[in-house]
Design a protein around this ligand. Structure first.
Ligand code: HEM
Length: 679
């Protein structure tokens, strides 16, 4: 009776102590801006928080060291909480087949991920640059026709480009969104948001899936799934009717190959078993689900990232001017007619993108503050140590990106949009991994970053940053880290395939500063001047060694009032120089594309798209958030033509996690775009 509890759940701080019977802590999470509730819990209780989700215990993890373990490959790494993602399966296929995003990391996932990763290699993605650029310039032409007097929802505008780009680059299908003046309700651009709404409703209320008619808008939601699947089936038909040619590694082609390979394998097995029917491991329905998930993951994510970045650029003093100066230095800024007019600016080229450290920094800072995938779900398969706590098998663990990247425990002045934070971070890095204290970054897909050379290799030669203290060697340190401290990640993780690509984490002694050589065929200026060399190098060779570092003590928990005070008035001892000390704690505190084997497979396309759209729009227009309307000295928001956003705060108050982080309602993020040549 008095034996010690087997697990440490009761030692974990969190709102579970105030949980309601049966409902637990669910009620505040039903708000559209529940990401802010989670952030507030992270600020208040620290990096590992226990909550009651209905009658289940669950954890919210924002502690960087614990995250590095959870997202890594070694002991303590966690797989997807497949059940949590299941409404997405039913959006993609009638019988709820899982897919890359939603399935656990099993054999089927591995086969599809490997095939698709080739499509997203930078070598393949860079061939798509002309498509992205063409659609973006078409958008510019449309925006010019609209003119600066009308405000435009830049979010909708960006979504049109992203849907066109996925359709064309992945499946050779033109949805023609950018060209459409009116979008019919049956168009995929309209169907997708309706289906996302139904997914959100089913996550909040799983009974909707069983009895759609019993709930408000249930039949409509069900219909949106049917409509979405119809669009995806059309793509599948087109894919099957057009077997891929040699050298075609586009997504459609790769999915076709996976399907065929599985069919042939089943045929072979059937023959071997004397003609008994053998169902292929990967069926058409699975492929349908894979096609669907590319639209679920690739459409809104990229579109909202573009619009959140534009929003921050437009509303932070000095930032737009700095971005324009960078574009001008590359000869890309359209000049006023009086100074020679539009002809002076040239068209954006692929190589320009790696010469825009400031705009890249704006994107990263926007992705830190507004991570479009704001929560991800994992689950423990066996008793697991999360940070210092042992928790039982079957514990759901949310890794809430919004809270990770905005909590006062991980970031200095997190609510400030400061592109300067990224000054010393290599251009290609979208993971801040402070395990090598003064080092900076590990980046899963650096090899496939547009910032890298044409062959898709890291601009830093594999061995360049490797100190003699960490010689290349066997993988043994990776395979089994000591069990106790969860903060000892096995490996800095990388994109899944090819399996040989790994990051190497090293600690002291620091190597002598190395001259950065580029392997690029065409000579280009260094990406970003890199001040810290004691860090992580991204290499195509086998993992050398991981040298774990001591971790920071766990973040303290505060009263609600105290955590709010600390957010408003950071302590004096906090590093004020956020231009260099951008993150505070050891481990991962920034990973908008996630990290490790389950990181975003499409990030090379996303980065290229975001940068292209931003560079072209900012070259051509000066942007302004549609003005607030004032009445009686107070800002009021209303919808109509003209000003309506209610300033930066007005937009922020409408933040909503609706599968992706976006604005609530139909007002979007409206801006006036002033053509630079007409100024
Ligand atoms: C700025 C844009 C994007 C962001 C911020 C983003 C972010 C993410 C994140 C955080 C995950 C992990 C989700 C989780 O574990 O629940 C993810 C997974 C994924 N993303 Fe993206 N994504 C973006 C664009 C894209 C694009 C353009 C595509 C493809 C067209 C794509 C395809 C996928 C897929 C298939 C997965 C599942 C990978 C796996 O588990 O193996 N994403 N993405």
């Amino acid at each position: 009776l008095f034996s010690r509890p087997k697990y440490d759940l009761d030692k974990i701080p969190g709102p579970w102590r105030e949980a309601l019977p049966l409902l637990g802590n669910v009620l505040p999470l039903l708000r559209p801006d529940f990401h802010r509730v989670v952030l507030q819990w992270a600020d208040q209780y620290g990096g590992i928080v226990r909550g009651k989700f209905l009658w289940h215990d669950g954890l919210l993890v924002t502690d960087p060291a614990a995250l590095a373990t959870i997202c890594g490959r070694g002991e303590g790494a966690l797989d997807k909480a497949a059940a949590l993602y299941s409404p997405i399966n039913f959006m993609c296929t009638p019988h709820g087949h899982s897919n890359l995003l939603t399935s656990p990391a099993d054999e089927k996932w591995r086969a599809v991920r490997k095939a698709i990763a080739l499509s997203f290699s930078f070598g393949n993605i860079k061939k798509k640059f002309p498509i992205i650029r063409e659609r973006t310039y078409e958008l510019v032409a449309w925006l010019r026709r609209v003119g600066p007097k009308e405000s435009v929802d830049v979010d909708q505008a960006a979504l049109k480009v992203t849907l066109d780009v996925i359709g064309l680059t992945a499946f050779g299908h033109d949805y023609g969104c950018v060209r459409l003046a009116e979008v019919p309700p049956s168009h995929l651009l309209r169907v997708l948001p309706r289906a996302f709404t139904e997914v959100m409703r089913r996550i909040a209320n799983p009974l909707r899936a069983l009895l759609p008619r019993a709930f408000k808008n249930g039949p409509k939601g069900h219909q949106s799934f049917v409509d979405f699947q119809e669009h995806m089936k059309q793509l599948l038909r087109e894919m099957k009717a057009r077997p891929p040619g040699r050298g075609d590694t586009d997504i459609g082609a790769q999915l076709y190959r996976v399907l065929e390979a599985s069919r042939l394998e089943a045929e072979k097995a059937s023959k071997a078993q004397g003609g008994r029917k053998v169902v292929p491991a990967i069926t058409e329905e699975r492929i349908l689900s894979e096609i669907g998930i590319l639209f679920v993951e690739g459409f809104e994510t990229t579109g909202h990232t573009i619009s959140w970045t534009l929003f921050n650029i437009a509303t932070t003093p000095g930032v737009q001017e700095a971005a324009a100066a960078e574009l001008a230095s590359l000869g890309l800024l359209v000049r006023p007619r009086a100074e020679g007019g539009r002809v002076v600016a040239r068209e954006l080229e692929l190589d320009d993108i790696k010469r825009m450290p400031y705009i890249t920094a704006c994107v990263k800072e926007a992705m830190r503050m507004f991570p479009v995938v704001s929560v991800m779900g994992r689950i423990t398969e066996r008793p697991t140590r999360v940070g210092p706590y042992l928790v039982p098998a079957g514990t759901p663990i949310a890794t809430p990106l919004f809270a990770i990247q905005n909590t006062i425990h991980n970031w200095v002045k997190p609510e400030e949009f400061r592109p300067e934070r990224w000054r010393d971070v290599p251009l290609e890095s979208y993971v801040v991994d402070m395990r090598a204290k003064e080092g900076v970054v590990g980046d899963a897909d650096a090899r496939s970053s547009p910032a890298n050379d044409a062959k898709g290799k890291s601009p830093v030669p594999a061995a360049a940053n490797r100190p003699t203290a960490a010689p290349a060697g066997p993988v043994e340190a990776v395979a089994s880290p000591p069990p106790a401290p969860a903060s000892r990640p096995a490996v800095s993780a990388s994109a899944a395939p090819p399996p040989s690509a790994e990051c190497v984490v090293v600690s002291t002694p620091p190597p002598p500063p190395v001259e950065r050589k580029t392997t690029s065929a065409s000579p280009s200026p260094p990406l970003v001047e890199r001040k810290t060399t004691r860090s992580i190098s991204i290499t195509e060779r086998k993992v050398s060694r991981v040298v774990p570092l001591p971790t920071d003590p766990p973040a303290r928990s505060f009263s609600h009032k105290e955590s709010r005070r600390r957010r408003e008035e950071p302590e004096d001892d906090v590093d004020e120089d956020i231009s260099s000390g951008f993150a505070k704690r050891t481990g991962i505190s920034f990973m908008p594309f996630s990290e490790g084997p389950r990181s975003c497979v499409g990030q090379s396309l996303a980065k290229l798209e975001v940068m292209t759209v931003l560079a072209v729009l900012l070259s051509n227009f000066r942007i302004e958030l549609a003005e607030e309307v004032r009445a009686g000295g107070r800002a009021v928001c209303w919808y109509g033509s003209g000003g309506e956003m209610g300033g930066r705060e007005g937009v922020r108050q409408r933040e909503s996690t609706h599968l992706t982080l976006q604005t609530r309602g139909i007002r979007g993020i409206r801006m006036h775009l002033y053509p630079r040549d007409e100024e």
